[in-house]
Design a protein around this ligand. Sequence first.
Ligand code: CU
Length: 348
Amino acid sequence: MKQTLSRRDFVGAGFLAALSAAGAALFKTPLAQAAGETHHLTAENPGMQNMPEPQGEVDHLHNGFNPSGTLYDFDYGRLSRLASGQPLREYQVIATDHTIEIMPGIEFPAWAYNGRIPGPTLRCTEGDRLRIKFINASTHPHSMHFHGIHPAEMDGVPGAGPGLIPSGSSFTYEFDAYPFGLHLYHCHAFPLARHIAKGLYGAFIIDPQPLRPAVEQEMVMVMHGFDVDFDNHNDFYAVNGIPFHYQKHPIPLRVGEQVRLYLVNILEYDLLNSFHLHANFFHYYPTGTRLEPSEYTDTILQTQAQRGILEFAFQQPGMYMFHAHNTEFAELGWTGAFEVLPREASRV
Ligand SMILES: [Cu+2]
């Protein structure tokens, strides 16, 4: 038996309390105590998911990012053309040591690309020449390892090309964008699990040429975790940086709107992650490398670095949950909702 309780234990205990408190009017989870908040659950007001997520808000301004914006934030770089006529996209990515508030009152000493978790969603078109200037302003050596097809010296791993980029140095990764699909990038310094879990990862989208059919909503979600006490077990699970964010701030959609969701799993320390959509089904394109979906389902699994594109639309207004279908992950933060408004509703 463990002699000390981690935050994970505290949160788990809170949920056991919640489960056993059928009809209870009031309880206070240890996590909520840490955050100085009290939760009220009543038979009349059980909460949408009966889940005692912490109230209050993290300081998005201090964090430097807000998951509600991260969804739609695609970095297309600076576009020009080489003498050959090939399109050139230039990006800049800076690694820093950056403490973020992941839950009200709980800070995590992250390492971050461009001051955010996940790092910027780099987006380009198949066949583009990419130049990614990586500046390491962190106190540790880091790199950028891209998934995709490129020369060994651009692979961002120790022993190939520049290897790890020392603190205070920079390197420009250069390669052509292949193959089209949904990919990712992450630091490849060792110990690898620690460098990833600290926050050094992001989505990397290579659009096909010609482009996929236009849809009304495109968004990106990167699934990951936080090991707050550094015991190689996750204490919180999240999408786009902040646990429970899309439960507190549902993602607005409208009836009939076609949604294309780019979903990446970079979760460290757990074998599998999953995505489940309520009251609907989606077409699934694993790795986004084909133009025809391979599956029509409401739940998919991804191990670390697996990713895929989901396409769906809701036919009725209402609040619809999405979450990991590993209940533990959902209860520790990986849960959210789409708020589907009538077609004629104006967007806030
Ligand atoms: Cu690193």
